[in-house]
Design a protein around this ligand. Structure first.
Ligand code: BGC
Length: 475
């Protein structure tokens, strides 16, 4: 930074102040987080939905059968056929991926379900050409907040991750998908609607008995864990045995929608204001992949337009002015530039934005990327720490998936360091809560949850199953 003009250095200092989350702040956030998790389980509820999933226990590793899984994530749609084998913890998977067209994300509901059913039909025709197949149980991974009175039911609370499709919020999505599948004569029955985090928890627990939490750090953020039925006041009226495990899909992307404790910057406020759902997903908007590139873009624009520093002076910045033109791979790539002169960053900025950055601007961009990435990783650790503290978990494994976890440089190490700071582990001792790459939650996890649902129905436990006749027939 030696040659950086003073005004630019000063601006960087200000950014460092507003983007840094120190240990004291992390602990404050976690304390508030725990209270909000509790609130979500109460009858009155709170910001964090803490959705009951009707997944009532972990797999044994001996689940068997052939299942379809449909994964509707933020970016792709994936159709899988999964055979859970007799061998403990083993499976075979066949899958196809389809990109969800951008225009569908803000289109209308019928188009969405037609598109999904077309993809499933293509998959079945390709892999089962000409052969008659029996009714296949489907695990539908629908990674949005949904209220589930039953496992084969899910009322969308609100779209997240930039989706804004009319006619779905407040409605049960299961019949919508069922109808589109039935119209095509597909022999498929929805046995379970699941969240990607619940799938991640169950898929990871399939092979690891220390697994306690499933997390997604991707386009969106969220986690699931097992709660005891007796600690969930909002389902007390079901009279479940108090120690029965019930998977909770926290939906903690909604943490602190009230803006009590999160250290929001002016850029976070702009992201929220201009999003399809202002006032929602406050925590997600500071940590998830969908937003990291946008935060980076907003800071650069502010420097160009509102600061006294000659940032990208006399250059055409029109490409940078397009909202969401930079995704999280942009700051990630900058952080990964191995060259001291940041030549790869210079090429990236020129290639993507048509801007020729000088060496100070390049260094500024690098530091900014580090600040945004570090803040996201440290805040992300707060959700995991809050669940551990709430449940008095001192040691466990956490299964994690998502593009930010896998691809954002240093995310894992920064998150682990923050966990250590929050949970006060003695120095030099190994990590007590270890976040590992998860098994495929939205595929294998969905199949396992469908299998668990059929198994418990067979054993006569129909709690939280709506279409009991259909589930019995599938057993
Ligand atoms: C959704 C969650 C999901 C998470 C990760 C959030 O936007 O609301 O349901 O688990 O993204 O995909």
């Amino acid at each position: 930074m030696a040659d950086m003009p003073k005004d630019m250095l000063d601006e960087l200092k200000t950014l460092e102040e507003i983007f840094t989350v120190d240990q004291t702040k992390l602990k404050q956030i976690v304390d508030h987080f725990i209270k909000e998790l509790e609130k979500g389980l109460s009858v009155k509820g709170g910001n964090i939905p803490m959705n009951v999933t009707w997944v009532l226990g972990f797999p044994t590793g001996h689940e068997q059968g052939t299942f379809l899984a449909l994964d509707m994530g933020g970016t792709n749609l994936r159709v899988c056929e999964i055979v859970l084998s007799e061998q403990k913890g083993e499976f075979d998977i066949t899958q196809s991926k389809y990109r969800i067209p951008e225009e569908l994300k803000s289109g209308d509901s019928a188009e969405l379900w037609e598109y999904i059913a077309d993809c499933v039909q293509q998959f079945i025709e390709y892999y089962h050409e000409g052969s008659a197949i029996p009714d296949l149980p489907l695990g539908f991974t629908f990674s949005y907040p949904a209220t589930q009175d039953y496992i084969d039911h899910g009322v969308l609370q609100r779209w997240t991750k930039g989706f804004d499709i009319d006619g779905v919020e407040g409605k049960d999505v299961v019949p919508m998908l069922e109808q589109a599948l039935a119209k095509r004569g597909l022999p498929i029955k929805i046995a379970a609607l699941i969240n990607d985090t619940t799938g991640t928890l169950i898929a990871s627990a399939y092979t690891d008995t220390e697994m306690k939490i499933g997390c997604i750090f991707g386009t969106g953020v969220n986690a699931a864990y097992m709660e005891n039925a007796g600690s969930i006041p909002k389902i007390a009226h079901y009279n479940l045995p108090p120690d029965m495990p019930v998977a909770i899909n926290c939906e903690y992307g909604a943490f602190d929608n009230e803006h009590i404790v999160l250290p929001l910057t002016q850029y976070d406020h702009i992201i929220d204001r201009d999003s399809p759902r202002p006032g929602q997903q406050a925590f997600e908007k500071m940590t998830a992949g969908l937003y990291l590139g946008e935060i980076f873009r907003l800071v650069l624009l502010d420097c160009i337009d509102n600061k006294k520093i000659p940032f990208f002076a006399n250059q055409d910045t029109s490409k940078l002015r397009k909202p969401y033109s930079l995704d999280s791979s942009f700051p990630a790539f900058i952080e990964e530039d191995p060259f001291e002169n940041l030549s790869e960053t210079r090429d990236l900025i020129e290639r993507t934005l048509g801007i020729f950055a000088n060496s100070s601007e390049l260094e500024f961009c690098r530091r900014l990327a580090e600040l945004i990435g570090t803040r996201a990783a440290r805040l992300s650790a707060c959700g995991v720490a809050a669940i551990c503290k709430k449940k008095n978990i001192s040691h466990c494994h956490v299964g994690a998936d998502g593009s930010v976890f896998h691809k954002y440089p240093h995310f894992q190490a920064r998150g682990a360091k923050a966990l250590r700071e929050i949970l006060d582990w003695p120095e030099k001792e190994p990590d007590r809560v270890v976040i590992n790459a998860a098994e495929d939650g939205s595929g294998v996890g969905a199949a396992l949850i469908a299998a668990l649902t059929l198994e418990r129905a067979k054993a006569g436990n129909m709690a939280g199953i709506r279409n009991t006749e259909m589930i019995k027939r599938l057993c």
